[in-house]
Every structure is written in structure tokens, then in C-alpha cells.
Design a protein around this ligand. Structure first.
Ligand SMILES: NC(=O)C1=CN([C@@H]2O[C@H](COP(=O)(O)OP(=O)(O)OC[C@H]3O[C@@H](n4cnc5c(N)ncnc54)[C@H](OP(=O)(O)O)[C@@H]3O)[C@@H](O)[C@H]2O)C=CC1
Ligand SMILES: CC(C)(CO)C(=O)C(=O)O
Length: 313
């Protein structure tokens, strides 16, 4: 399959590398020129579960991708939420009528943005429990396991969704078709809404958060707020299932040693966070549905305060 990875940061690099290794024809697109140059000169270098590997994958700056002759079967969107609009503008001319576009960003509601650029029948939504971390331009550290859930947005595109699942599984990405992706996205957002903001404020990894005696109480309140907002939109979540998924992420054998992407953004790289697309969405929807969301509100305000203190905002 011919695949464009639109947003080749930590996660885009992981997916690009694994798909390329499985003989898919992959092109990486990103806005970070030093990263692009390093990949083109030295290959994409990875510490892959302790083993050093290099994949030679063509990489382009998003400002030049429109000139490239590459007719993709699949685009995987992996920017940060605040970069999604500009990436979609950059790749717009490469989307032909059959190009499927799969969104794997964290957060809620990205389909509203994607619909402006991509025909409805070509939009596929998903989420992933894979992790990744950039160690510098052209270098990623990959460990642990993960999974992907995805579904077609438009009715009648189930077969196309299953073709994407198959392509991802050829690369051992552990994908499965979801019959209720909106619920799955909310479930994943509960994980991010709990661990990303808290690990960033507390400056710890997921395992240390889980070991704190306060974690369960705080996380239970946050999850209640996500569930209330989801049910106001007829999206139903089982709280026990959600809490089990969150608790499984505490395990150092799964992703407990991972520092969430929000920590990587703010603490490691002094970049803005995606909080407005995770807990912030719950706060905004809470106002709309008149549902009180004090924990999400407080966490969103704390993260914005930290962005200000660190001179990022
Ligand atoms: N990291 C993870 O483990 C996981 C992340 N996700 C989600 O996947 C999506 C992509 O996240 P992720 O891959 O972590 O994003 P990254 O922060 O690694 O990369 C996103 C973009 O940020 C820019 N960038 C990143 N680091 C630097 C740097 N040091 N200097 C300059 N520019 C930089 C690059 O684009 P540009 O230069 O154009 O700004 C890059 O494409 C997000 O929605 C995230 O929440 C989901 C699951 C796990
Ligand atoms: C791995 C996980 C689930 C941790 O919250 C994530 O999505 C992230 O780092 O943003």
C-alpha cells in the first residue's frame, strides 16, 4: 500500500518505520526541517525494543509535499491537534478521490476539521495505545506493545476499513475494526484525560502516577466527567472497563515507563500541549450541556498555567 504519514513526529515515525519495514511504500511528511534532513541523510534511526535499526524512508517538509508525485492509497494523520489544519492544507492536492484518510491523533472531535478537506466517505477514525518518543531529529525510541481501533465514518466503507486494518497488521501494529469508534475514542480520551495532564503536572511517568495513593480517587472523578459528557451525546462507556484500561497503563511491563506525549511536549520540549482537545473539550461541552466538570476544568487551567510559567504560552 502507498502510505503518507502526515505528521512524522514520534508516533508518525513509529508507524512509518513499522509500515516501511513490512514493505509498504511510505512517505513521511513533517514541518520540522532538521528532522526531515536527518532522515533523508542518515535514515530514520530507532531504538526498537533495545535493538538499533535504521529504515531509509523518503521524508518531505510539508511546505514542499504538494510538488511531490505520490499517489497515496492511505494517509495517516499523526500531527499534534493544533497542527492538523495546516497539515491538511499542505497535503490537500495529493488527495485523490480514492485516498483514504485515517486520523489517529489523541483527542476528541478531529473529524470536524478533516471534513473540510476530505470527502466524508474517505474519512476513517481511530485511536492507538502504541507509544513513542523522539530522542532528537531523525531518532525515535520505541518500546512496549500497543493496539489500534479504527472505523469508517461513512456507512458502506466497512470493507475499506478492513483493508486498512489488514495493511496495519502486516506491520504487526495490532489493529482491529471497531463497531463503535466514537465510544472507543472517548475511552482512549479518558486515558489521556487522566494520565497525560496529571503526569505533566506531577512530572512523573505513568507507573509513578499509578503508584500514588491519590491517583485512583482523582482519576475516578475525571472519568465520571468524561462519561457524563459522552452520555449526553448518546455515546456510552462502561466505567469499570475504562478504569481497567487506565490501570493497565500503570504497569511497567506495558506502558508504565512511558512519559505521556503531553509531558514530552511541555516538560521535555517546552511546546504547547493538546489539553484543549482532551480535558478542555469536556469543559466546553459541559457548558453546552450544563454538566459540571470541575476536575477537567481545574486540570486544564493547571496545564495552561504551567504553559505560561514555562514561557510556552
Ligand atoms: N507520543 C506518544 O506516545 C503518543 C502520541 N499520541 C498522539 O499522536 C499525535 C502525534 O503525537 P507525537 O507523535 O507524540 O508528536 P510529536 O510531538 O513527536 O510530533 C508532532 C510534531 O511536532 C513537531 N516537533 C516535535 N518535536 C519537535 C522538536 N523537538 N523540535 C521541533 N519540532 C518538533 C514536529 O512538527 P512541526 O515542526 O511541524 O511542529 C512534529 O511533527 C498526538 O495527537 C498525540 O497526542 C497518541 C498515542 C501515543
Ligand atoms: C500512551 C498514552 C496512552 C499515554 O497517555 C498516550 O496516548 C500519550 O502518550 O499521549
Amino acid at each position: 500500500m502507498k502510505v503518507i504519514i502526515a505528521g512524522a513526529g514520534a508516533m508518525g515515525s513509529r508507524f512509518g518505520l513499522m509500515l516501511h519495514h513490512a514493505n509498504h511504500e511510505v512517505v513521511l511528511v513533517d514541518g520540522w526541517q532538521e528532522h526531515i534532513d536527518t532522515i533523508n541523510n542518515n535514515g530514520l534511526q530507532a531504538n526498537f525494543n533495545g535493538e538499533k535499526i535504521v529504515e531509509n524512508i523518503p521524508a518531505y517538509n510539508q511546505s514542499e509535499i504538494a510538488k511531490v508525485d505520490f499517489s497515496a492509497d492511505l494517509v495517516i494523520l499523526f500531527t499534534k491537534a493544533m497542527q492538523l489544519d495546516s497539515m491538511l492544507q499542505s497535503i490537500n492536492s495529493l488527495l485523490h478521490e480514492d485516498t483514504k484518510v485515517l486520523c489517529l491523533l489523541n483527542g476528541i472531535g478531529h473529524e470536524d476539521m478533516i471534513k473540510k478537506y476530505v470527502p466524508y466517505q474517505n474519512i476513517f477514525l481511530g485511536n492507538t495505545m502504541w507509544t513513542s518518543g523522539l530522542q532528537g531529529p531523525g531518532k525515535v525510541k520505541l518500546f512496549g506493545d500497543g493496539s489500534i481501533d479504527l472505523q469508517n465514518l461513512a456507512q458502506g466503507q466497512e470493507q475499506a476499513a478492513n483493508t486498512i486494518v489488514e495493511a496495519l497488521n502486516q506491520a504487526d501494529l495490532n489493529a482491529k475494526y471497531s463497531s463503535n469508534i466514537l465510544s472507543s475514542i472517548y475511552k482512549k480520551a479518558c486515558v489521556n484525560g487522566s494520565v497525560n495532564g496529571l503526569c505533566t503536572i506531577l512530572e512523573c511517568n505513568i507507573a509513578s502516577l499509578g503508584a500514588s495513593s491519590y491517583a485512583n480517587t482523582i482519576i475516578s472523578q475525571i472519568v465520571d466527567e468524561f462519561i457524563a459528557i459522552a452520555s449526553a451525546q448518546n455515546i456510552f462507556l462502561d466505567k469499570d472497563e475504562v478504569l481497567t484500561q487506565i490501570k493497565s497503563s500503570f504497569d511497567p511491563e506495558t506502558i508504565g515507563l512511558h512519559y505521556p506525549s503531553m509531558y514530552q511536549d511541555l516538560i521535555d520540549n517546552k511546546r504547547l500541549t493538546e489539553i484543549d482537545y482532551i480535558n478542555g473539550v469536556i469543559v466546553r461541552k459541559g457548558k453546552q450541556y450544563q454538566i459540571s466538570t470541575p476536575y477537567c476544568n481545574f486540570l486544564t487551567e493547571l496545564i495552561h498555567s504551567k504553559e505560561e510559567i514555562l514561557g510556552v504560552r
